[in-house]
Ligand binder design. Structure first.
Ligand SMILES: CC(C)(COP(=O)(O)OP(=O)(O)OC[C@H]1O[C@@H](n2cnc3c(N)ncnc32)[C@H](O)[C@@H]1OP(=O)(O)O)[C@@H](O)C(=O)NCCC(=O)NCCS
Length: 242
């Protein structure tokens, strides 16, 4: 089946992109996903309605993020026989050091209180290794997913090919934070490890909502990975993250 890389149309595509995102991270389930894209009110609401509301909220937020952060660029791979979205990727094309004046991302997708504080702490932990390793212009792969129906058909590779070409054209190193599921794709593309990042949000005052998040998400691990411009490692030291 023809699978074509295209730019996301922000006016039309985010509902379908968000649905594909959820279905991709549900198979298999990855608890950290709840940090970025929670399903609220699962006890009071019908579970299907709660999930639909979460997908709609995600679609609206992805659109807002892109409108407010000019470094963001969304792509999709489309099955051109059916029009179905097979996968998506969100890039940050950082033309300047993004950590010089870090924009505070307001965790608007959780109500104020312990749950929101947990997520703020998790996001701080998540970004810390890259803030140390990449205080400069660079390309960052923020989100990548392939729908389970389309895995191992080169969808992820199409995004990676685009990213490597883009980074080289801009003279940038390419960074990403990998889940366990992403590692084979990045290793196949010659990416090297900078740091294993075991994320354990900590507070002195855990309230009920904080504890609920701990139970739901638990500690989770990402691996910061790197590919130098043009994929040339000779003469380059692995960036330091500590
Ligand atoms: C990671 C993910 C995006 C890979 O997407 P994909 O479209 O299936 O990957 P591709 O078909 O383009 O794979 C390209 C190459 O990567 C490697 N690879 C990808 N997935 C692999 C797997 N599960 N096992 C072993 N190698 C794998 C292979 O070398 C593969 O080439 P091959 O199929 O010719 O052997 C997909 O598994 C996914 O969405 N996972 C859930 C969400 C997630 O964790 N995303 C990663 C965030 S960092």
């Amino acid at each position: 089946m023809p699978l074509e890389l295209q730019a996301v149309d922000p006016k039309a595509d985010f509902p379908a992109v968000a649905r594909c995102l959820f279905e991709s991270y549900e198979a298999p389930p990855q608890p950290f996903f709840h940090i970025f894209f929670p399903i609220h009110n699962t006890t009071t609401n019908n579970p299907q309605n709660a999930r639909e509301a979460a997908i709609a909220e995600a679609a609206a937020r992805l659109k807002l993020w892109q409108e407010h952060d000019k470094s963001m660029y969304w792509q999709k791979v489309v099955d051109t026989e059916t029009g179905r979205i097979a996968g998506g990727a969100l890039w940050n094309i950082h033309e300047a050091n993004p950590f010089a004046n870090p924009a505070q991302l307001e965790v608007s997708w959780f109500p104020e209180g312990g749950a929101r504080r947990f997520v703020e702490k998790a996001l701080e932990n998540h970004v810390r290794p890259r803030a140390r390793a990449a205080p400069k212009p660079h390309l960052y792969l923020f989100i990548i997913f392939t729908h389970p129906d389309y895995r191992r058909q080169g969808v992820g590779q199409q995004f990676m090919d685009w990213g490597m070409k883009k980074a080289d054209a801009m003279g940038f190193d390419f960074f990403l934070d990998s889940t366990p599921y992403g590692q084979p794709l990045y290793e196949a593309n010659g990416f090297r490890y900078i740091e294993e990042n075991l994320n354990v949000p900590v507070t002195d005052k855990p309230d009920e909502k904080w504890k609920e998040m701990e139970d739901k998400v638990g500690p989770f691990t990402f691996w910061l990975m790197w590919r130098p411009v043009n994929g040339v490692y000779e003469g380059r030291e692995t960036p330091k993250s500590t």
